[in-house]
Design a protein around this ligand. Structure first.
Ligand SMILES: [Zn+2]
Ligand SMILES: [Zn+2]
Ligand SMILES: [Zn+2]
Length: 147
């Protein structure tokens, strides 16, 4: 494996969440150019060392995200408010895939899935009743405002 491929793989393995090519490029710290990062990611995926999915987020567009195969095949949740990925664990779609294969005579070799919405923290901030978050637009008179 070339040095740049090994470096890109190391970055994916050390990452706590899937990274876009731009995200990997930001971490190679000038060790290789962006085209090399793209090629290395494609190589690693082809070699079964990484997997990827395409995700759209209104805030930062449509991108392909890569993660190390070392984690095992899994899926991710993306928060559309704070833009972090939450690991939702090992894939649970095996039984469904098996059913579809049997039902339709397909041979399903891969699938991709992401879920998005609000993470627990962000959902709590929006809906929580006793969360002590001050609302800036709060303008009723609280006691002794002299006028
Ligand atoms: Zn969030
Ligand atoms: Zn996002
Ligand atoms: Zn899966």
């Amino acid at each position: 494996m070339t040095r740049s491929r090994a470096l890109v793989l190391k970055i994916l393995e050390g990452a706590a969440e899937p990274l876009s090519a731009a995200g990997v490029y930001a971490l190679v710290d000038g060790a290789c150019d962006q085209a090399t990062v793209y090629r290395s990611l494609a190589y690693l995926e082809g070699a079964g060392l990484a997997e990827s999915f395409v995700m759209h987020c209104d805030a930062h567009g449509t991108e392909r995200y890569y993660s190390s195969e070392k984690l095992g095949h899994r899926h991710w949740f993306h928060c559309s408010s704070c833009h972090r990925f939450v690991d939702i664990g090992a894939c649970r779609l095996g039984p469904l895939v098996g059913e579809l294969e049997a039902e339709r005579g397909l041979r399903i070799e891969r699938h991709a899935l992401y879920l998005s919405g609000l993470c627990a923290d962000c959902a709590g901030r929006v809906g929580g009743s006793d969360a002590s978050v001050g609302s800036p637009g709060h303008d009723h008179a609280c006691g002794g405002t002299s006028g």
